[in-house]
Every structure is written in C-alpha cells, then in structure tokens.
Design a protein. Sequence first.
Length: 151
Amino acid sequence: MPRQWIRKTNRGVPADVLKKKASDEVTKKSKSVRSVAKAHGICHVTLSRYCKSLQKLREQGSSDLPSVGYWSSNKVFSEVQEEVLADYLTQAADLYYGLTPLEFAYQLAVTYNIKHPQTWDEKQMAGPDWFTLFMKRNPSLNNFCHNIKNT
C-alpha cells in the first residue's frame, strides 16, 4: 500500500455547488444529463449518480445532500472513534505512559467489535500503514509524535 497517493485526474470530484446546480437543471428544467454535464464540465456518470442519490434522499424526506465520489470503504474507525483514540494518545503522551498507539488502536477495534485487518489479530496491534494515515488525518497529534511513536 503506497504511503503517498497522488491523484492523477480530477474526474469524479466536481464542486458541490456545481453538482447541486447541475442536478437542479436536470430535475427541474428537464434537461438531459449529458447536455447539462457537458455544459458544466462534469462527468455525465457522476451527475447521473448524484441525481439518483438526490432523488432517493428526497423520497425519504431528507434534506441532506448526497455524497458522491470515492470514499474509503475499508476505514476501520468512524470519526468519533478516531477522536476517542486521538484524545487518549494526547493524554498518554502528556503522562509518558500508556499503550502504544498501535496496541491501543487494536484494543479499541476489538472492544467495539469493528471489522479490522487479519494481520492486526496476528500481531495484536494495528499496522504501520494505518498509523501513518491516522497521523495524516490528525495533524494536531504531530506535536506529540516524538512521544507516542515509540512509547
């Protein structure tokens, strides 16, 4: 797994405002998806998926906007759980005590019964790739990095 992934195209990632405006043209003005997508510079498949998701949400009575794009499907922890983990790591770094971040992440996954990679069970700790990405998602922990990486 590469540690630094560089996006090669900007396809599939138009601005939310553009998607909303384009989907309104498709639904309210009854224009074709392809013509609207071409006019706004959006991939027609992305716009079509967005319109379908928006229609489903409206049928359910939700006022939220759908999320379209590439999202991580193998993410181990939710945002709330990662906040708990980050809080523990800052407290442990302040005290110079506690489990290593990799061991604590594994124990947190087991406690919450979260699906996690099999290698975590074999080593009884999270992997280095997960930790690298976790640190990128939580840049405020870089201040404590020298304390918690090798604790």
